[in-house]
Design a binder for this molecule. Structure first.
Ligand SMILES: NC(=O)c1ccc[n+]([C@@H]2O[C@H](COP(=O)([O-])OP(=O)(O)OC[C@H]3O[C@@H](n4cnc5c(N)ncnc54)[C@H](O)[C@@H]3O)[C@@H](O)[C@H]2O)c1
Length: 255
């Protein structure tokens, strides 16, 4: 009998896997026996995570990729298919996030608005489009889009970011309908404010404390808290779940 929660041997692309939560996904999939591909715009960070994983005797490769660049995305997918003959799981995790400066929407420069939407929405579209032929050929695939509980909270002062993450939920639902008949599920995960090794301005200490106090489970969220939902959605255990958004924020918001 197949192990329904098993992801061992699966070829898993994690975009933005060079730091933060994406790095945690990469290590968790590797620990579970998956073959990980770190698709990361910061080549040095991607190489470092792949090296950490291979140093532990697991299979991993880093491919320097800007997910907003169609040529780079196609080249990434070609490299993975050449090396591993298939792509089983795509975790659309890369976003412009920790570098964002919080400010009223009237102060967001148009070029910054365009770049955030280009990476967070168009990048997710380009990656999903590029992996689909390989998944269709095997009649099995999992696309996991990382949205944000900032959408359900209506968090202010990074309107481009929340707009992009809301779009990802719509994309998840429509893509699920287009791909379900091919054995491919598409779901979204909405993390709450999660501490990583990366300093950022998107949440102040006071805001974080207030959010923790409002959670059903009143403690800090860590990247490891997100791993279970993502790995479940990558496995056979979630075979009949598609188009859904799973919020992992300690029970703060309810979609
Ligand atoms: N940390 C949180 O509190 C939180 C909360 C909700 C949702 N999220 C989402 O979870 C994901 C990971 O969050 P994080 O805290 O690790 O973010 P982060 O900003 O620390 O990491 C993002 C990673 O994506 C990479 N990246 C950026 N643009 C890219 C591009 N064009 N092509 C390829 N890679 C690119 C970055 O280099 C970086 O390694 C993001 O989608 C974020 O929006 C995070």
């Amino acid at each position: 009998m197949t192990q329904r929660f098993d992801v061992s041997g699966k070829v898993v692309i994690i975009t933005g896997g060079g730091q933060g939560i994406g790095r945690a996904y990469a290590h968790a999939f590797a620990d579970a026996g998956a073959i990980t591909v770190i698709a990361e715009v910061n080549a040095a960070l991607g190489e470092q995570v792949a090296a950490e994983i291979t140093a532990r005797g697991k299979q991993s490769m880093a491919v320097a990729t800007d997910i907003a660049d169609p040529a780079a995305v196609d080249s990434l997918v070609a490299k993975v298919v050449t090396r591993h003959a298939r792509i089983d799981v795509l975790v659309n995790n890369a976003s412009i996030f920790s570098t964002i400066k919080m400010r009223p929407f009237t102060a967001i420069p148009l070029d910054e608005w365009d770049r955030v939407l280009r990476v967070n929405i168009t990048g997710t579209f380009l990656m999903s489009r590029a992996v689909t032929p390989s998944m269709q050929a095997k009649k099995w695939g999992r696309i996991i889009n990382i949205s944000s509980a900032a959408v359900t909270m209506g968090r202010p002062n990074y309107l481009h970011y929340t707009t992009s993450k809301a779009a990802v939920i719509g994309m998840t639902r429509s893509l699920a309908k287009e791909l379900g008949a091919h054995g491919i599920t598409v779901n979204a995960v909405l993390p709450g404010a999660t501490d990583t090794e990366v300093a950022r301005e998107t949440v102040t200490a006071q805001q974080k404390a207030a959010m923790i106090a409002m959670r059903s489970i009143p403690r800090e969220e860590t990247p490891e808290d997100l791993v279970g939902a993502v790995m479940f959605l990558a496995s056979d255990a979630s075979a009949f779940i598609s188009g859904q958004s799973i919020t992992v924020d300690g029970g703060l918001t309810f979609l």
